[in-house]
Design a binder for this molecule. Structure first.
Ligand SMILES: [Zn+2]
Length: 396
């Protein structure tokens, strides 16, 4: 075997590992102070106090700054074309949110070439990476035809293995709900499945009801796709209960929850992925993260980056909102944006800095992770290693 170049990153003032084995001394985040990390190839080889760090081929100095795991953004809609800033401006100046906007994006997405869609996703992925996001999930859902859903997923697959078929986003203008569910569970699923790992449904008044969601998720499962769900975003309803009943790994939004929904989440272990950028961008009430955590629910944070309800790619903003508006502690919010994001994608190789895990690390221009919430809106990401490669910052 050829020797892989090793790098030791020393001088880490505060290292967030998320390693449960370090929880006793390091709390939820498994903090190590005055730490070092050795990277070999794509993986972390060693973690511990800098004074005990082994030799490596290359040495870099973090200068006393904080290092955290790369963010895991488990919910995004990056494959689209067109601009909806005028709709946002109208909403912010008093006009209500309507479903018409999604149809605008569908028309523009269908009209775009594969190359245009790919270059647009590449730009957004680079924007995310520059802000510390090293793992992403990307959904389809703006094609809504057999051809356009399949090619949206093929585009997304160039950037991540965690691609999600969301043909059941809305019913397109040209068809009826019954015919469209038949299409989604038939020819569209067959065309999408080779490019997808997950299947998702927007379960909401005006989109798809619980019975339709159940039918679509079952068809996806038969084709080897694992289920996820958009549920309880705008209204109370049965989506969260369906996700828990089916044992889905995650159910996303969870803004309008009954006590029974919270109990179902706590007992099923299904992760509630909260997307506070949406509430921020639509002036909706925030989900009750504090109540969910206190009830024992597992909570993740993600961006929901999309052109309509939330066009931010910043996980740091989501952390700041989670702390300020949803009463998560800074540690809970960072954990939810990293380790829990990984859990929401059923990934055990990312979201944690420990031997054997992917070397996805973010160097902050700050002495502590707390600055992610304490300094909202400030670009604190000074460097990013992705799969062991410096991709942003002084060593990139
Ligand atoms: Zn979404």
């Amino acid at each position: 075997m050829s020797h892989q170049l090793s790098t030791v990153i020393t001088g880490i003032g505060e290292l967030t590992t998320n390693d449960p084995e370090r929880a006793e001394q390091g709390g939820l985040l498994g903090l190590v102070h005055d730490a070092a990390v050795v990277v070999e190839g794509t993986r972390v080889a060693w973690v511990g106090p800098a004074a005990e760090a082994p030799d490596a081929d290359v040495q870099v100095d973090a200068g006393g700054r904080a290092v955290v795991p790369g963010f895991v953004d488990s919910h995004s809609h990056l494959v689209f074309a067109g601009d909806r800033s005028a709709e946002f401006e109208a909403r912010m100046t008093g006009q209500p949110y309507t479903a018409g906007g999604i149809r605008t994006t569908v028309a523009r997405t269908r009209a775009a070439t594969d190359e245009q869609l790919t270059s647009h996703v590449a730009r957004l992925v680079a924007e995310m990476r520059a802000q510390g996001t090293t793992s992403i999930e990307i959904k389809s859902g703006y094609g809504l035809s057999v051809h356009d859903e399949a090619r949206s997923l093929a585009v997304a697959r160039q950037f991540t293995e965690d691609t999600t078929f969301l043909g059941a986003h809305v019913v397109p203008a040209e068809t009826t709900p019954e015919d469209y569910v038949d299409l989604v569970t038939g020819p569209m699923l067959a065309a999408a499945a080779p490019h997808a790992r997950w299947i998702d449904v927007f379960c909401e008044d005006g989109a798809f009801d619980v019975d339709q969601a159940r039918t679509i998720l079952a068809a996806g499962s038969d084709s080897g796709l694992r289920g996820r769900l958009h549920a309880n975003q705008l209204t109370y309803g049965g989506g969260v209960q369906l996700a828990c009943e089916l044992g889905l790994v995650a159910v996303d939004h969870c803004t309008y929850l009954s006590d029974a929904d919270v109990s179902a989440l706590a007992s099923s272990g299904t992760i509630a992925t909260l997307l506070p950028g949406v509430e921020f961008s639509t002036r909706q009430p925030y989900p009750d993260a504090r109540g969910l955590l206190d009830a024992g629910v597992r909570v993740a944070l993600a961006s929901d980056c999309n052109p309509g309800s939330c066009f931010t790619s910043s996980m740091a903003l989501c952390i700041a909102l989670a702390v300020r508006e949803m009463r998560m502690s800074p540690a809970e919010a960072l954990h939810a944006a990293t380790a829990m994001g990984a859990a929401a994608l059923d990934r055990d190789d990312v979201g944690v800095i420990a031997p054997g895990k992917m070397a996805d690390l973010v160097l902050l221009e700050a002495p502590s992770y707390v600055h992610l919430a304490y300094r909202p809106g400030v670009p604190l990401v000074a460097g990013v290693w992705q799969a062991g490669r410096p991709v942003v910052g002084p060593w990139g």
